[in-house]
Design a protein around this ligand. Structure first.
Ligand SMILES: NC(=O)C1=CN([C@@H]2O[C@H](COP(=O)(O)OP(=O)(O)OC[C@H]3O[C@@H](n4cnc5c(N)ncnc54)[C@H](O)[C@@H]3O)[C@@H](O)[C@H]2O)C=CC1
Ligand SMILES: CCCCC/C=C\C=C\C(=O)C/C=C\C/C=C\CCCC(=O)O
Length: 251
């Protein structure tokens, strides 16, 4: 399905990014993983190389907020795989006390990576960028304003780019709470507020469910500017928006 296509997945060493990298590889793509955690990146890429072949996996250690490194990563991906067709902006953090860092990683970095990728995607007939936002972009989390703001911003960025960019599709996915190390150390009990929220939302999603949505947004060429929500109760459902002109008329 995705053979001859090459993807960059940021934050692909674990969690949703790892599930997405694996599904892209299973679908035939070559995958470059950009991640900050040297150890996890190395363990994950060794495993994926054993499973899918050394020539289909590229490991690139970087901080997505370091613009020079990100440009190097795209250049290396193009040099190694011959093209850059797919970008999944997945790396993200939650750190309520570090609001500037949260905005830098969750919003500024995906925007910079998208603008950079667009340069490398020239000539690709199948170029697509998927941003991993969150239901927190819709249901603002009390006390986690930088995270919620970063995800609302990422949704708006995606929709805006989709309307003004020729030849590259932009979509985003908004999962609710998902079972990954982002929620806390694996095996350690979750704090009571988080447990309460997770029970209310009907349990945790699995990273493999989220990756299925991401790959759908990549492979279905009819989808552009789409915001795909995913929750345990409702499953996949697209957010419905007025067109820009319809919105203007309603002002
Ligand atoms: N786990 C959840 O409940 C949900 C997560 N999301 C979003 O999904 C995305 C992935 O999250 P998870 O897999 O849950 O997180 P995770 O913490 O399991 O994995 C994130 C990965 O990103 C990497 N990373 C973090 N900062 C980085 C940086 N500055 N440069 C490069 N790599 C960096 C980490 O090393 C890690 O490998 C994030 O954008 C998150 O906001 C969205 C909705 C729900
Ligand atoms: C009850 C409304 C919930 C709305 C948000 C829905 C899902 C969002 C999920 C995420 O993106 C999870 C990411 C960050 C929060 C994770 C851990 C911190 C715990 C405290 C908190 O919830 O902020």
């Amino acid at each position: 399905m995705l053979s001859e296509q090459s993807a960059v997945v940021t934050g692909g060493a674990q969690g949703i990014g790892l599930a997405t990298s694996r599904l892209l590889l299973q679908s035939g793509a070559k995958v470059a993983i950009f991640d900050l955690s040297k150890d996890k990146l190395s363990t994950t890429c060794d495993e994926l190389k054993r499973e899918f072949g050394t020539d289909r996996v590229l490991s690139f250690h970087c901080d997505v907020t370091d613009e020079e490194q990100v440009v190097k990563g795209f250049a290396l991906t193009k040099e190694t795989f011959g093209s850059v067709d797919i970008l999944v902006n997945n790396a993200g953090i939650t750190s309520p006390k570090e609001w500037k860092k949260t905005l830098l990683i969750n919003l500024h970095a995906p925007m910079f990576a998208s603008y950079t990728a667009m340069e490398y995607m020239k000539g690709s007939s199948k170029a697509v960028i998927v941003n991993v936002a969150s239901m927190a972009g819709f249901c603002a989390i009390p006390g986690n304003e930088s995270y919620s703001a970063s995800k609302s911003g990422l949704i708006a960025f995606t929709r805006s780019m989709a309307q003004s960019t020729e030849g590259i599709r932009f979509n985003c996915i908004c999962p609710s709470y998902t079972d990954t190390p982002l929620l806390g150390e694996p095996g350690k009990e979750l704090d009571s507020t988080l447990s309460f929220i997770i029970e209310k939302q009907g349990g945790l999603l699995k990273p493999e469910q989220v990756s299925e949505g991401i790959v759908r947004l990549i492979t279905d060429a009819s989808l552009n500017g789409q915001v795909l929500k995913l929750t345990p109760r409702k499953g996949f459902h697209f957010e419905k928006y007025d067109s820009f002109m319809e919105s203007l008329e309603k002002l």
